[in-house]
Design a binder for this molecule. Structure first.
Ligand SMILES: [Mg+2]
Length: 168
């Protein structure tokens, strides 16, 4: 797989990622970033649309796995709320946490995708691990640094050119 900072697909919110989208991509395991992907920074609760979305994914046979750089209690709290496995202190952009999620679920990289909001951590980690990147818009800019970083990510916040197959 060639290295690119462009995501495979992008979405306004994680809840806009549907089982149908994942099925079309051949994805069985969706690896989830935490901060600003499934919840804004610092909160210890998940909004109902997110928990409902996660239930729908699991009902559709899509595995979920939290891989977060967060060092606090949030990854574990959210993993319990969603009843999914988790890795914290993942050290993205290192692919270590993503690879561990693949290994623990026995999923080949081409059957997995990472949903996250940041280019220089999430997209890079996904690429290095050989999984597809599904970029979401950050839920909330809680400080100026997040807004500044977002500005520098703009060139990479567009989808890869899609290779459409000629068949039907
Ligand atoms: Mg994030």
């Amino acid at each position: 797989m060639s290295f690119s900072l462009l995501p495979e697909r992008k979405f306004r919110s994680v809840v806009d990622i549907t089982p149908e989208v994942l099925r079309d991509l051949g994805v069985e395991l969706l690896i989830l970033d935490v901060d600003n992907t499934i919840a804004p920074y610092k909160t210890l609760t998940l909004e109902e649309p997110v928990t409902a979305w996660a239930r729908g994914m699991k009902a559709a046979g899509i595995g979920l796995f939290i891989v977060s750089n967060n060092k606090g209690q949030r990854p574990e709290v959210f993993a319990k709320l969603l009843d999914v496995p988790y890795i914290k202190r993942a050290g993205k952009p290192s692919p270590r946490g993503v690879r561990e999620a693949l290994a623990r679920t026995g999923t080949p990289p081409e059957r997995a995708a990472l949903a996250g909001d940041q280019i220089y951590t999430d997209t890079v980690a996904a690429n290095l691990a050989g999984v597809r990147m599904l970029l979401v818009e950050p839920i909330k800019f809680t400080n100026i640094f997040l807004a500044v970083r977002y500005f520098f990510e703009l060139p990479f916040r567009r989808e890869k050119p899609q290779k459409r197959s000629a068949s039907i």
